[in-house]
Design a protein around this ligand. Structure first.
Ligand SMILES: [Zn+2]
Length: 447
């Protein structure tokens, strides 16, 4: 391939994963030395190096790699050659390798590997592809070995993860000189809070209420952060509090829950008694909204997602009072600050406003924007008979808009950027004063 004369610079990309850091021939200085020597043999100096330390070749979080691509692919870049020590340094994902190299080749940039010199022809491409497949295969086999070693370590009673469930801490154990393992032990302060959390929950409080009560008592979550509904549910759902930690409940790569048969159990000292835990789990099941047939999923509300708290900036959400009227429906529904709802008054005082009040206020405002006499006239000519009275049309729209007529949510979103709510103020930030006439016509035609 002819080299673009403007792209004459050579750069290097060095990478070492946490695992490989220990191995000498893969260390960063060894890679740097090999790459520089290789460049010197070609009579070139490495202009810049991009270094990735402690990052796996299958990770998508490789900052230096992305920065390198960004710099190289810039239109006025002078880089024509990227040198790596070994193809596996570039990436251990063979699909990524093909795609990225193809993209680079299009810009006149080649990737050279010191250890595997190939030719720039079909045979060279084939061989490079084989190297890339081997890199990926090695990575997968390593992953399997690591996983097997981890399972064995758990069977021996050691804790494999760096993240500990709430209520626990890791304690280092030296099993042989220089070889450390971890066990999972109680974290005294946290276990106290876990017990209070369970007591409140089985005594009848919902997860949200438990979070608020814990915060009020000053029993905070880790690092002084307040409890939220989600954090409370997380503790309730953690099997370790009842005496068994399970490794592999989540597949990190796929970010999905893995099958129960794949979980590896690690017995730990329980924090709550079996009776309390069993009761809490029973309640948890009953209170789970999806477990309650007949309760309507919260009806799509007109302004969801565009209302913000005028005090703290958090989004507004539906705040239900728990009062049931007419079967299972709440007669009044309210919007309130989501911080207030999740964490409580200590973070933001919030402001509760009935949904219909806010909906009406926004619609009335929109009617004012949309129903200009000119637009009414224009639309009157377009959608109705030319003789239609624009004044009458305008009044009809205003009624439709403010009277809670079938205004579509997407239509409101089209017009309103966001709404800010405080005690004494509702601020409506419209996207545009020029409302799309066609959509107004569509709305009125649908009636
Ligand atoms: Zn707020």
């Amino acid at each position: 391939m002819p080299r673009d004369s403007a792209r004459s610079e050579w750069i290097s990309y060095l990478r070492v994963s946490t695992h490989e850091q220990a191995e000498r021939d893969l260390s960063l200085p060894a890679q740097r030395h090999a790459v520089e020597e290789y460049a010197a043999r070609h009579g070139v100096k490495i202009a810049r190096e991009y270094v990735e330390a402690g990052c796996s070749g299958t990770s998508s979080k490789r900052k230096a790699f992305r920065k390198m691509l960004e710099d190289v692919l810039r239109p006025n870049s002078t880089v024509g050659t990227v040198v790596v020590h070994h193809t596996s340094r570039f990436t251990r994902d063979s699909t990524e390798a093909r795609l990225v190299k193809q993209r680079l080749r299009k810009e006149g940039v080649r990737v050279l590997s010191v250890c595997q010199e190939t030719t720039e022809d079909p045979i060279g491409n084939l061989i490079e592809g084989i190297f890339e497949c081997i890199d990926q295969y090695e990575s997968e086999v390593n992953g399997m070995r690591t996983s097997l070693a981890m399972m064995e370590s758990i069977r021996q009673g050691y804790f494999p993860s760096s993240w500990t469930p709430y209520g626990f801490r890791r304690v280092k154990v030296e099993i042989r000189p220089g070889v450390a393992r971890w066990t999972l032990e109680h974290q005294e302060e946290e276990t106290k809070t876990v017990r209070v959390l369970f007591q409140l929950y089985v005594a009848g409080s919902g997860a949200k209420s438990v979070a608020i009560q814990l915060n009020e008592r000053g029993l905070l979550y880790r690092r002084g952060r307040p409890w939220s509904t989600k954090r409370v549910l997380h503790v309730l759902d953690e099997p370790a509090v009842a005496g068994t930690y399970y490794w592999g409940r989540w597949s990190t790569k796929r970010k999905t829950r893995s099958h129960e048969a794949e979980w590896v159990p690690l017995p730990v000292a329980p924090i709550v008694t079996p009776a309390v835990h069993e009761l809490a789990m029973k309640l948890r099941k009953q209170r789970e909204p999806s477990q309650r047939p007949g309760r309507p999923v919260s009806p799509a509300n007109l302004l969801a997602g565009i209302v913000r708290c005028g005090k703290c900036g958090a989004s507004y959400q539906l705040e239900t009072s728990g009062k049931r009227v007419r079967g299972d429906r709440y007669e009044y529904r309210y919007y309130n600050c989501s911080k207030f709802c999740r964490i409580g008054g200590a973070v933001c005082a919030g402001y509760r406003i009935p949904t219909h009040v806010l909906d009406q206020a926004v619609l009335a405002h929109l009617a004012g924007i949309i129903c200009t006499p000119e637009r009414a006239e224009a639309l009157g000519r377009k959608a109705h008979a030319a003789s239609a009275d624009p004044d009458k049309l305008r009044r009809t729209w205003a009624v439709l808009l403010t009277g809670g007529g079938p205004i579509s949510r997407s239509y409101v979103l089209h017009l309103v950027d966001h709404v800010e709510v405080r005690e004494n103020e509702i601020r409506i930030v419209a996207r545009t004063a020029a409302a799309p006439a066609e959509e107004v016509a569509k709305e009125s035609a649908a009636l």
